[in-house]
Design a protein around this ligand. Structure first.
Ligand code: G3H
Length: 254
């Protein structure tokens, strides 16, 4: 049945917005854990939300992942020549189609804007990190990233993401021990919203995101409800585009 109970979802949306104390919440019907088409719906709705704000934006930072990919894939071809798109962080740990670099370049093409990339690994030794961060071309992109006025980010389950980012088994055990639940761009959160671990990656810094005008968080599938709840104060500044599965699970956990 493609006709869904809009009134019902409006109530869900209002309740979840209240629980998360979020800037706004958009909910598509269904649960991406049960139906992969739901992720596409999230992509379409999130791209509409972004499109409605885009005239007010100069730099868009994007993370990697399947959900952000759906957003970029459903974005219409349009022309916003003055907009720069950058990856929110270095990271080549994901499949190339889902890497932040790839998504930044594709979104820039769609909007006829420009892009800058960061070809860096997800995790690296402190020593290498300290060398790379001093490089002029890295500094230049970092500067743009930290001046982004929109951040489009995927939200993941901590352990799932740690595995995807190929953290060591030792590290995964440590994350479990400290109670890591959610992950966004390399930061891992526990149930109380505390950061329990962050990967040494070059990219957006958590302390900078308070200054970002538009934070668009996208996630599908009820198994991500706890991850969203774990995001601490970041939730307050975020416009979430999620599915009914997550929304109802969040309500049930309240
Ligand atoms: O950091 C979290 C991930 O970006 C979520 O990735 O959309 O592929 O589940 P996903």
């Amino acid at each position: 049945n493609i006709v869904y109970d809009i009134k019902g979802l409006e109530d869900v949306k209002a309740r979840v917005k209240e629980i998360l104390k979020a800037k706004d919440v958009y909910v598509v019907p269904g649960d991406a854990d049960l139906n992969p088409y739901v992720l596409k719906e999230i992509g379409i709705l999130a791209s509409k939300v972004i499109f409605s704000l885009i005239e007010d934006v100069k730099i868009i930072a994007v993370t990697g992942g399947q959900t952000v990919k759906e957003v970029v894939d459903s974005f219409p071809t349009c022309s916003f020549k003055d907009i720069l798109v950058v990856p929110a962080r270095g990271g080549i740990g994901q499949e190339v189609e889902k890497q932040a670099n790839t998504l930044a370049a594709s979104l820039a093409k769609k909007i006829n804007g420009s892009y800058k990339l960061l070809h860096l690994p997800d995790t690296m030794d402190e020593e290498i990190y300290n060398l790379l961060i001093k490089k002029e071309e890295v500094q230049e992109v970092l500067n743009d990233i930290n001046n982004a006025d929109m951040l489009v980010f995927g939200i993941g389950n901590a352990i799932e993401m740690a595995k995807r980012r190929k953290l060591s088994q030792d590290m995964i055990e440590k994350l479990k021990k400290v109670g890591a639940i959610g992950e966004i761009f390399g930061y891992y959160f526990d149930k109380a919203g505390r950061i329990v671990y962050s990967t040494t990656t070059i990219g957006i810094k958590l302390e900078k995101i308070k200054n970002i005008k538009y934070m668009i968080g996208v996630a599908g599938g009820s198994h991500k409800a706890e991850a969203i709840l774990s995001l601490g104060e970041i939730k307050n500044n975020t416009i979430f585009v999620i599915d009914e599965g997550i929304a109802k699970k969040i309500m049930s956990l309240e």
